[in-house]
Structure formats: structure tokens, C-alpha cells
Design a protein around this ligand. Structure first.
Ligand code: BG6
Length: 487
């Protein structure tokens, strides 16, 4: 069997991580534009105004804003059928609460989509990939305020109307479940939420210093559910052919041991991190286990009103899309060895190897997840819209880059997807993360590279932005040409 005909092979990017041009053509500041890069010695820092003489990775990123033609042509050379990218909200509504959209911002994405369509590359558009206008954070605490729902709906309606003949696939929010985590960086990126106290700070501060407020966070997440459902309703009014999806981060969790306490802790982690948001968006209602979780944690959920329940029911999504990078273990033993990971870490799995950033490599976890999703949501089309390997690449003297480790990662994950297709999973597409090197969302580094295409840009701000092909470029081209048969 293998992959279906017309499978959407491609790559995925986020505006704030690739475009740069952070203040060009009328764009307002978006959240990542205020976040400084970081590494193990200097944790990520935020300041409510731009600090002179500091390096902000998103300000120029890899300059996709000016080089999108060259980049899309390279993607076309690999045979891409799809390109997932995000519209930067701040290019369209610079302050978020503006009366009118910014025509120059709209025109930019017209050009990008036209360039994709020229090569028969289907755009898959994320409407918000951590790019809330900073003004909405400052004035409204992001989605904590219900008013932000209206600003979002106005923004997405503008996009749907403008691009209705160019874009069919839309994702309402990137990794909406980042809002369940309680990590200040994830809350700010995912929900645009910062506490009043933290918003009053006039000096730079690290994310560890920021406060989490679980009740506020779940209110903000609820408002995002409502905003997403309203977007689905609006989108279908504008074009019935739109396929509008959720986007969830999916991390496979295993109990660290067969201690029943580990099994129960793992079940709670799996449901509250992986299933909760998607259940709301696929089934149109809060699952009972989430309400029980709220009760156990003293979270007053009277924010779920009768009117909102109706909206959630009407605005269910057309496809389920998710990112998958790693798996982690859950243990109730506080002394267990820990490991990092995408968005959230866990207990170390003795059977798995990890990347230099401590992300455990687990293709079987992807196969397991695809089968799980297929039985949880029968018949719903699934798409893996992020999957990839962040590594340090070495440029040889002749300019070649031998990234076998990346090829190994892709080979094993694509094999797992193929087996899932054989199992009858309704998988319709795969967009690998960072087909060209971009800024890391978690660390702000350029040193952590994901691309099939290398970009000469570095964490000290040097580099001429030139592009070159890594070995994985030729490998992925063959994979796509053979519809995943030659890997
Ligand atoms: C996902 C995000 O969680 O992980 C991306 O949607 C991000 O924006 C990706 O880039 C990889 O994480 P990182 O921290 O290596 O960039």
C-alpha cells in the first residue's frame, strides 16, 4: 500500500522564524520580536521595548522576506507538493486592534502564495504561529481578554477573504496545547499571556522570572478554542472547500516503569497534554477528564458558557494536524534521571538515543501516535505538519554538508508513517520542519539547524544569508519522487 497518491509532501516554516524584516512595510512588533536569543549559559530574555546593540534572532531571521523566490524555487527542486507557512498577524494588523488591515502586508503573502502556486505547491497556512501583535499582549493580556477573540476573527476573516482562491488548507493556531503547560515562554508564545505584574516590568527579565497563573491560562486557552471555532465557522461561510485544521504538539508519553502510579501519571499527562485540546476541537466539547482535572486543581471553569458551548460544537475542525519530534517517559519518582525535549521534558528512556539538545529519537512513537489518533478520531484526515532533526552541521572545505544523522532521522520516521498508512491510517500529508535553516523557537539559536538547505547565518549576527544544499536535500528529493518508496 504505502503512501496514498496525491500525498502532500513538503516542508513547514513559521514567519517569525524565517522572514526577518521585522519592521518593514508597516509590520508591527509581534511577540518573538521582543525575545532575545539564548543558549545554556544565557537563558532567553524578554523586554517590553527593543534594546539597542543586542541580537534579536527574529529581526532578520534568514531573510525569507526578501529571498522567498529563491527559497520556493529550491523547495520546488526537491519536488514539494505543499509548503506550510504562517502569516504574521502583525504584518496584517500591526497593532492587532487596528481598524483597517495593512495592504503592504497582505500584498506580501499574495506574492508568496503566487510563487508557490507557480510550482504547484499547495500552501498550508498557519494563521497564528506564536505571532500575536505585541500591542495585544500589552493592552489586553492576549487571549486572556475576550476582546482578543474579536481581533483574531477580524484578522482571519481578512485572510480568508483575500486568499480564498489561493489557499485551501488553514490551521487556526500552532500547537494550541502549549497553553496547557504553565511554562511562561509557552504561555506568551501560545496565548499572548503575561501577568499584569510582569507586564509592568521596565527592565529585561528571563522567562524563569515570569509568573504562571493556571486559572488565567485556562481562560486564555478557552478563548482560543472559541476563536478557533469561530474561524472555522467563518472560513466555511467564505469557502466551503476550505480544509481547516487544529494544530497540536503531540509527544508520545510512556510510563517509565510498570508501577501502576507511573501508569496513572502517564495517563493524565497523555490526556491533558495530547488529547484535551484536540478533543475540544474535533468533538466540539470539553471532555469529562478535563473538567475533573479542573476540579482537582481548583480551577473554576464557569468560563465555559452555554453560548460558547454552541460555538465549539459548530466550529469543529476538518482535519487533525500535529507536530511530532520526540517521546518522553513519565515517572512519579522524583529522583529519576530527566531529559529535555520539545516544549516539555520528561524522564529519560534507557532504550532511546537523543539529539545534542537532549531530544529523544523515537520513530516508533510516531507510528504508535498515528494509530492512536486514527482510532480516536476515525475517518478524520491526519497530517504530520512538523517533524525534523535539530543538529549542528559542518560545512566542508568544498562547501558540501554531510548530514547523514538528519537523513537517518527522516528515513526512520517516514518508514513509520508508511507502515501506519499500511495499517489504514488516513494520513494525507507530511511537512518536515524547517526545510531550510531557520531560527529555533525554543532557544533562539541559528546554530541548531533543521534544514535540507543550509543558510550562512550565525548566532553572532554574522553570515551572508547565502543558501546551499546539504546531502539531505538530494535524499528528500528522491523520497518525494518515489512517493516515499526510496528512503
Ligand atoms: C515546535 C514549534 O514546537 O518545535 C516550532 O512549532 C519549533 O516553531 C519546533 O521551531 C522546533 O523547536 P526548536 O526549539 O528546536 O525550534
Amino acid at each position: 500500500m504505502g503512501f496514498p497518491k496525491n500525498f502532500l509532501w513538503g516542508g513547514a516554516l513559521a514567519s517569525n522564524q524565517c522572514e526577518g524584516a521585522y519592521d518593514e512595510d508597516g509590520k508591527g512588533l509581534s511577540v518573538p520580536d521582543l525575545v532575545l536569543g539564548g543558549d545554556v549559559n544565557t537563558p532567553r530574555t524578554i523586554c517590553s521595548y527593543i534594546l539597542e546593540d543586542r541580537f534579536y534572532p527574529s529581526h532578520q531571521a534568514v531573510d525569507f522576506y526578501h529571498r522567498y523566490k529563491e527559497d520556493i524555487q529550491l523547495f520546488a527542486q526537491m519536488g514539494f507538493k505543499a509548503l506550510r507557512l504562517s502569516i504574521n498577524w502583525g504584518r496584517i494588523f500591526p497593532k492587532g486592534d487596528d481598524d483597517k488591515p495593512n495592504e503592504k502586508g497582505l500584498a506580501f503573502y499574495d506574492k508568496v502564495f503566487d510563487e508557490c502556486l507557480k510550482y504547484n505547491i499547495e500552501p498550508i497556512v498557519t494563521l497564528c504561529h506564536y505571532e500575536m501583535p505585541w500591542n495585544l499582549v500589552k493592552k489586553y493580556q492576549g487571549f486572556y481578554s475576550r476582546q482578543t477573540i474579536d481581533f483574531y476573527v477580524k484578522y482571519v476573516t481578512t485572510c480568508f477573504e483575500r486568499y480564498k482562491d489561493k489557499v485551501k488548507y488553514w490551521l487556526t493556531f500552532n500547537e494550541i496545547n502549549a497553553g496547557t503547560m504553565g511554562e511562561p515562554l509557552a504561555s506568551l508564545y501560545g496565548l499572548g499571556y503575561m501577568s499584569q505584574e510582569d507586564l509592568q516590568r521596565t527592565k529585561p527579565c528571563t522567562f524563569d522570572e515570569l509568573k504562571d497563573n493556571p486559572e488565567h491560562r485556562y481562560i486564555a486557552l478557552h478563548n482560543e478554542f472559541v476563536a478557533s471555532a469561530l474561524a472555522v465557522i467563518k472560513g466555511h461561510e467564505i469557502n466551503l472547500n476550505f480544509m481547516i485544521g487544529n494544530m497540536s504538539s503531540h509527544l508520545t508519553w510512556y510510563p517509565h516503569t510498570c508501577n501502576p502510579k507511573d501508569i496513572l501519571a502517564c495517563q493524565e499527562k497523555d490526556t491533558m497534554f495530547n488529547d484535551f485540546c484536540a478533543d475540544v476541537q474535533v468533538r466540539g466539547e470539553y471532555p469529562e477528564y478535563a473538567l475533573a482535572y479542573f476540579r482537582k486543581n481548583n480551577i473554576d471553569y464557569s468560563f465555559i458558557t452555554e453560548e460558547d458551548k454552541k460555538i465549539l460544537k459548530e466550529g469543529i475542525i476538518d482535519m487533525y494536524t500535529f507536530s511530532y519530534y520526540i517521546s518522553n517517559c513519565v515517572s512519579v519518582d522524583p529522583k529519576v534521571e530527566k531529559i529535555g525535549g520539545n516544549l516539555v521534558g520528561g524522564a529519560k528512556n534507557p532504550y532511546l538515543k537523543a539529539s545534542e539538545w537532549g531530544w529523544q529519537i523515537d520513530p516508533d512513537g510516531l507510528g504508535f501516535t498515528l494509530n492512536k489518533l486514527s482510532s480516536r478520531y476515525p475517518n478524520l484526515p491526519l497530517m504530520v505538519v512538523e517533524n525534523g532533526f535539530g543538529a549542528v552541521d559542518k560545512v566542508e572545505e568544498d562547501g558540501s554538508i554531510h548530514d547523514d544523522y538528519r537523513i537517518d532521522y527522516f528515513r526512520s520516521h517516514i518508514q513509520a508513517m508508511k507502515e501506519a498508512c499500511d495499517d489504514g491510517v488516513n494520513l494525507i500529508g507530511y511537512t518536515s520542519w524547517g526545510p531550510i535553516d531557520i531560527v529555533s523557537a525554543g532557544t533562539g539559536q541559528l546554530y541548531k539547524r533543521y534544514g535540507f538547505i543550509y543558510v550562512d547565518r550565525h548566532d553572532d549576527g554574522t553570515g551572508d544569508f547565502s543558501r546551499s544544499k546539504k546531502d539531505s536535500f538530494y535524499w528528500y528529493k528522491k523520497c518525494i519522487e518515489s512517493n516515499g518508496e526510496i528512503i
